[in-house]
Design a protein around this ligand. Sequence first.
Ligand code: ADP
Length: 202
Amino acid sequence: MKSEDRNLHTVFDELLNRKDKEKLLSQRGIVIWLTGLSGSGKTTIANHLERRLNSEGIITKLLDGDNIRTGVGNNLGFSTEDRAENIRRIAEVAKLFMNTGIVTICSFISPTKEIRAKARAIIGTADFHEVFINTPLEICEKRDVKGLYQKARAGEITNFTGIGAPYENPDNDYIEIVTNNKTIDDSVTSLYQQIIKKIKWS
Ligand code: ADP
């Protein structure tokens, strides 16, 4: 064995793998991918779920527009190509966290089946948990948390999802969470109960 081969062998031998890290943390690293219209409740549910998991000793990472668009995606706009590239980067970042054993919650409108399929392909079907925050458009528009629907209706924002651009509902292999006529706690508890068994280390 040449000396550089021996060095390489040693380096790989010493690398800790995902299972070692999951065991250390006593949890499984998975990706929880929240999709839904603007105002559907993704941010609210992600924040509450993260707090609940943390209070039980589970380490999480939340990826959302705030920490992605200002950093790894800060040279991207909202064209179809840029949206696809943004999702590719998010999925790759999520995978790095997941492979460190961290429960990674991604909160993005991710409006098309194609874009979500791309994220699923990068992360891997077994670890990718798609969660559809299913709130009707009229309710999201009534909530209008950020005043964006009003701007979209006034033509100040073009291609706004649900108004000028489509949102495609998932049609298979997803967890559905409803928020209309539910308390935040109802919605978060429903998601928690469906996801916790995938996180618990046994
Ligand atoms: P998004 O991140 O999808 O754009 P937000 O979480 O910012 O949506 O906004 C959702 C709004 O809906 C918040 O004002 C929240 O208080 C409200 N809301 C009402 N009921 C629920 C519920 N059951 N689950 C989540 N959000 C709810």
